[in-house]
Ligand binder design. Sequence first.
Ligand SMILES: *Cc1c(COP(=O)(O)O)cnc(C)c1O
Length: 376
Amino acid sequence: MIPLSKVAMSPDVSTRVSAVLSSGRLEHGPTVAEYEAAVGSRIGNPRVVSVNCGTAGLHLALSLAARPGAGESEHDGPGEVLTTPLTFEGTNWPILANGLRIRWVDVDPATLNMDLDDLAAKISPATRAIVVVHWLGYPVDLNRLRAVVDRATAGYDRRPLVVEDCAQAWGATYRGAPLGTHGNVCVYSTGAIKILTTGSGGFVVLPDDDLYDRLRLRRWLGIERASDRITGDYDVAEWGYRFILNEIGGAIGLSNLERVDELLRRHRENAAFYDKELAGIDGVEQTERADDREPAFWMYPLKVRDRPAFMRRLLDAGIATSVVSRRNDAHSCVASARTTLPGLDRVADRVVHIPVGWWLTEDDRSHVVETIKSGW
Ligand SMILES: *Cc1c(COP(=O)(O)O)cnc(C)c1O
């Protein structure tokens, strides 16, 4: 079977992990600091706060919208977050965990990302935050997003927090710059099957030093690590969570960083092959490609006719496929937020993901193409 995802582990990982295991420092220590600095230099933004999973990173990021800081005004009524339903549930449940309300924005059938026109129509003074997802690592049009938010909120006294879910987007760039450098709060996952993995983990990238300091503290109960806890002479001004990445995760991350570029290159090469070979096949529609962004291709999406038959045909040929995530607005726990989403309706029953990662051989990817060409 050609799997849809695979854990990428650097061969030298056990050396680094063993060193941590015998170091006497498992939770707080120098390895995570070194890992965060390494991630920051790759992304081009040193304000990196590592966490124990991407979902925790989103919880932390959205806590900025749930609890306005000193001097900021509270809006009347419950805080609302505009978000996309076509994503992993880990994007959206942190909104609820922060006591905020979900308002669904439609999906652009061309990109599978948020429909920015529908976003513009739905922004209101009740909007505390906007969450966009770079689905499969295909970057949202961030300049257009900024323009939409600027225009829609020109008359408001507070700009909504914009959070980018970059969980599937390690290595992706927009206008030549990595995601995490375009002025928003960005959250990556380094879960087991993500391109860069720490086993379990993630990190938040912040656009300024003030937000960085606040989230760095909120990640560990609001306590400053360097404070004097022997005499008890310290204060927690903003309470926080218990979301730290441990030293073992840091060691795994440092090892995997060394070869992640090569893995990403292979994802992109395989995707370029599919872009060419799967174009124009009856019953198959590809998603948008734009010149101003370089996707990560965590997986490769197609919109297909008769999805159940397509998936069965590929399974019979030894190729794993998946829908990956159910449209989040269909879950009963968010029934009260349901609304009409015509863009999503157009694609929800057709989207399927096929293997594209570093583990595919040239024979594998040709086999995928030939199987699809043979019909289903
Ligand atoms: C993986 C993922 C998450 C959550 O990350 P975890 O590290 O599993 O908590 C969030 N959003 C998207 C789009 C993801 O793919």
